[in-house]
Ligand binder design. Structure first.
Ligand code: FES
Length: 105
Protein backbone atom coordinates (compact mmCIF):
# COMPACT_ATOMS: atom_id res chain seq x y z
CA UNK A 1 0.00 0.00 0.00
CA UNK A 2 1.34 3.40 -0.98
CA UNK A 3 1.73 6.38 1.30
CA UNK A 4 1.19 8.72 -1.62
CA UNK A 5 -1.98 10.78 -1.57
CA UNK A 6 -3.61 12.44 -4.54
CA UNK A 7 -3.83 16.22 -4.22
CA UNK A 8 -5.05 17.48 -7.60
CA UNK A 9 -4.78 17.19 -11.35
CA UNK A 10 -1.75 18.86 -12.87
CA UNK A 11 -4.14 20.88 -15.02
CA UNK A 12 -5.43 22.47 -11.80
CA UNK A 13 -1.95 23.59 -10.80
CA UNK A 14 -0.45 26.02 -13.26
CA UNK A 15 3.04 27.47 -12.70
CA UNK A 16 2.90 29.97 -9.84
CA UNK A 17 -0.23 28.42 -8.33
CA UNK A 18 -0.88 26.24 -5.30
CA UNK A 19 -3.60 23.79 -4.28
CA UNK A 20 -4.51 22.15 -1.00
CA UNK A 21 -5.29 18.51 -0.32
CA UNK A 22 -5.57 16.36 2.76
CA UNK A 23 -3.80 13.36 4.17
CA UNK A 24 -6.18 12.46 6.99
CA UNK A 25 -6.18 15.52 9.25
CA UNK A 26 -3.04 16.98 7.67
CA UNK A 27 -3.52 19.76 5.13
CA UNK A 28 -0.93 19.66 2.35
CA UNK A 29 -0.19 22.57 0.06
CA UNK A 30 1.35 21.77 -3.32
CA UNK A 31 3.08 24.47 -5.36
CA UNK A 32 4.06 24.54 -9.01
CA UNK A 33 7.23 26.55 -9.48
CA UNK A 34 8.33 26.59 -13.11
CA UNK A 35 6.86 23.13 -13.70
CA UNK A 36 8.39 21.53 -10.60
CA UNK A 37 6.03 20.53 -7.80
CA UNK A 38 6.72 21.00 -4.09
CA UNK A 39 4.59 20.07 -1.09
CA UNK A 40 4.60 21.35 2.48
CA UNK A 41 2.12 21.23 5.33
CA UNK A 42 -0.45 23.96 4.82
CA UNK A 43 -0.05 25.41 8.31
CA UNK A 44 1.91 28.53 9.16
CA UNK A 45 4.08 27.77 12.17
CA UNK A 46 3.72 31.32 13.47
CA UNK A 47 0.06 31.05 14.48
CA UNK A 48 -1.60 28.29 12.49
CA UNK A 49 -2.97 30.12 9.46
CA UNK A 50 -3.28 28.40 6.09
CA UNK A 51 -0.42 29.24 3.73
CA UNK A 52 -2.47 28.76 0.59
CA UNK A 53 -3.98 32.03 -0.49
CA UNK A 54 -0.76 33.84 0.26
CA UNK A 55 1.35 35.20 -2.60
CA UNK A 56 3.93 32.87 -4.12
CA UNK A 57 7.03 34.48 -5.59
CA UNK A 58 9.65 32.10 -6.88
CA UNK A 59 10.19 29.49 -4.17
CA UNK A 60 8.64 31.64 -1.43
CA UNK A 61 5.10 31.60 -0.08
CA UNK A 62 3.99 34.39 2.21
CA UNK A 63 1.47 33.69 4.96
CA UNK A 64 -1.60 35.84 4.24
CA UNK A 65 -2.18 36.53 7.95
CA UNK A 66 1.00 38.23 9.22
CA UNK A 67 3.43 37.87 6.35
CA UNK A 68 5.82 35.11 7.46
CA UNK A 69 7.62 33.63 4.47
CA UNK A 70 8.57 30.00 3.83
CA UNK A 71 10.58 28.14 1.21
CA UNK A 72 8.15 25.80 -0.56
CA UNK A 73 11.00 23.38 -1.35
CA UNK A 74 11.86 22.65 2.29
CA UNK A 75 9.39 24.47 4.54
CA UNK A 76 12.26 26.55 5.92
CA UNK A 77 11.23 29.86 7.47
CA UNK A 78 12.69 32.84 5.61
CA UNK A 79 12.00 35.42 8.31
CA UNK A 80 12.50 35.47 12.09
CA UNK A 81 8.83 35.29 13.17
CA UNK A 82 8.08 31.51 12.92
CA UNK A 83 9.59 29.24 15.55
CA UNK A 84 9.62 26.11 13.39
CA UNK A 85 9.08 25.03 9.81
CA UNK A 86 6.04 23.36 8.22
CA UNK A 87 6.67 19.71 7.37
CA UNK A 88 7.76 19.18 3.79
CA UNK A 89 6.76 16.17 1.71
CA UNK A 90 8.16 14.40 -1.29
CA UNK A 91 6.01 15.18 -4.31
CA UNK A 92 5.64 13.87 -7.83
CA UNK A 93 3.23 13.84 -10.72
CA UNK A 94 1.90 10.60 -12.10
CA UNK A 95 -0.02 9.70 -15.22
CA UNK A 96 -2.70 7.03 -15.03
CA UNK A 97 -4.66 6.74 -18.26
CA UNK A 98 -5.62 10.27 -19.18
CA UNK A 99 -5.53 11.46 -15.57
CA UNK A 100 -2.44 13.18 -14.27
CA UNK A 101 -2.46 13.66 -10.56
CA UNK A 102 -0.29 15.66 -8.20
CA UNK A 103 0.54 13.54 -5.22
CA UNK A 104 2.59 13.95 -2.11
CA UNK A 105 4.04 11.61 0.49
S1 FES B 1 -0.11 33.06 11.22
FE1 FES B 1 1.26 33.12 9.54
S2 FES B 1 2.52 34.83 9.94
FE2 FES B 1 1.21 34.73 11.62
Amino acid sequence: MSNWVRICHLAELLPGECQTGWDGDTPIAVFNVDGEVYAIEDICTHDGSELTGGPVVGYEVECPRHGARFDVRTGAALCPRPTSRPRSFRSRSRTAGSTRAMIAE
